[in-house]
Design a protein around this ligand. Structure first.
Ligand SMILES: Nc1nc2c(ncn2[C@@H]2O[C@H](COP(=O)(O)OP(=O)(O)OP(=O)(O)O)[C@@H](O)[C@H]2O)c(=O)[nH]1
Length: 412
């Protein structure tokens, strides 16, 4: 008898905690209704307590995050609501406007961009949960030397995919545009047909900032495109500097495009990047170029065999295609799909995305900490003198670094 109230009490406690737990998860129904603004997050906003800070998800924002973001003014809130609603409804203008917001250098707008991104991330996470944890998009990086036929290839593949009912977005990472303002990829009109397609969204590379900065905004643009319902994200880069490595770190699959040219032109392709390729496409395999294309295919096939295997569910492949004749294009896409399916069913794709988030976090930290260090008044004061002493051999680099770090940390 005396145990009954105790048991009852425990059951009530368990029931309450379960309810609390359940109410913190989006129910399947809400989740599935919450497609492209059918229920919208507005419903959730209406039940919020004024004066408290909430994520768009309706949960209280953690104090650590909330103190980073100053209160949103009425117009800011309205602007973000409008962008968010337009974005998840798949409006291209809202998507373009949102990407411009994440590209901004303006400090307050940067904060607003982060609020928007959090909302979009939570929205896609909800959709992924509905989808049994399957990512909402397939992210493919495409790289190759200038003139390899990247834009022609993306145009043909993109049109084929929109024809199959996909929504395709094409983002560019062009390191030349960061330093010179001029662009290797953007100067001529590219992908004219795809850019007129209502189910395609093409965004050129940001034209300012460091490669790290451009990588960051591209990563954020990917999140926004996914929120806007684009299920295939193509990230294009020209094989210059470190941009291909940056792109390889932000996608599910990395594809290298090689023209069927002589050895000299291939010298520019870095060995390290070949190791990162899940698929090599020998382009322009038509007419007189079929023979050299076959030769390059054989060369790359044997070269890839010697490389260390990146994944347990996939062996890199080399295929030939022509954007002009269309030959091999469907086969290239079929290979990409089999890669995605193999990686999804083994769980490697999801694991790779988690690892990429960590790499991205650390590269942001590195870049910011270094900038902070270089701009620090105490460091700036002694740096020129120490650099000179190091170059003249008066002091070891190790000691100079210790002194600089001491100057930095003693006044932070
Ligand atoms: N024969 C043949 N030529 C092609 C094919 N694809 C592209 N080309 C030609 O190759 C040249 C370069 O093609 P693009 O698609 O602009 O190459 P890209 O890699 O985007 O070039 P950049 O924008 O300079 O990086 C153009 O003259 C195209 O007409 C193809 O499948 N067959």
């Amino acid at each position: 008898m005396s145990k009954m109230p105790h048991v009852h009490h425990n059951m009530v406690r368990f029931g309450l905690s379960l309810l609390r737990h359940m109410s913190s998860l989006p129910s399947t129904r809400t989740c599935c209704l919450h497609q492209r603004g059918i229920t919208g997050s507005n419903a959730r906003h209406q039940s919020m307590i004024p004066g408290h800070r909430y994520s768009h998800y309706g949960r209280r924002v953690s104090p650590a995050l909330s103190h980073q973001i100053r209160d949103l003014s009425g117009p800011e809130q309205r602007l973000l609501d409008k962008m968010y609603k337009g974005l998840i409804a798949g409006q291209r203008a809202s998507l373009a406007e949102s990407i411009t917001l994440v590209e901004t250098q303006h400090p307050r707008k940067k904060e607003l961009a982060q609020v928007l991104l959090q909302r979009v991330l939570a929205f896609t996470r909800e959709q992924e949960n509905c989808n049994g944890g399957r990512p909402v998009s397939f992210r493919v990086g495409l790289s190759g030397p200038p003139g390899a036929g990247k834009s022609s290839f993306i145009e043909v593949v993109g049109k084929m995919l929109t024809g199959h009912g996909h929504k395709v977005s094409v983002l560019a990472v062009d390191p030349s545009s960061c330093t010179t303002g001029g662009s290797l990829m953007g100067d001529k009109t590219r992908m004219t047909e795809l850019s007129r397609d209502m189910n395609a969204f093409i965004r050129p590379s940001p034209t300012s900032g460091t490669l790290g900065g451009v990588t960051r905004t591209t990563n954020e643009a990917i999140v926004l495109c996914e929120g806007a319902g684009y299920d295939i994200i193509l990230v294009e880069t020209v094989g210059v500097g470190q941009s291909e490595f940056a792109v390889a770190d932000m996608v599910d699959m990395f594809v290298l495009l090689i023209p069927p040219a002589g050895g000299d032109e291939l010298q520019g392709i870095k060995r390290g990047i070949i190791e990162r390729a899940h698929l090599v496409v020998v382009t322009k395999s038509d007419g007189d170029l079929v023979v050299p294309a076959r030769r390059i295919q054989t060369e790359y096939t044997s070269a890839l065999k010697l490389l260390r295997r990146q994944s347990k569910s996939w062996n890199p492949k080399v295929v030939r295609a022509s954007s002009h004749s269309g030959e091999g294009i469907a086969e290239v896409w079929a290979k990409m799909e089999s890669y995605r399916d193999a990686m999804l069913s083994s769980g490697e794709l999801q694991g790779q995305r988690r690892a990429q988030q960590k790499v991205w976090l650390w590269s942001l930290i590195q870049e910011n900490v270094l900038r902070h260090f270089q701009n620090h008044p105490s460091v700036k004061e002694v740096l020129p003198q120490l650099e000179e002493r190091v170059t003249k051999g008066g002091i070891s680099p190790g000691l100079a670094a210790d002194l600089l770090l001491k100057a930095f940390s003693s006044s932070t």
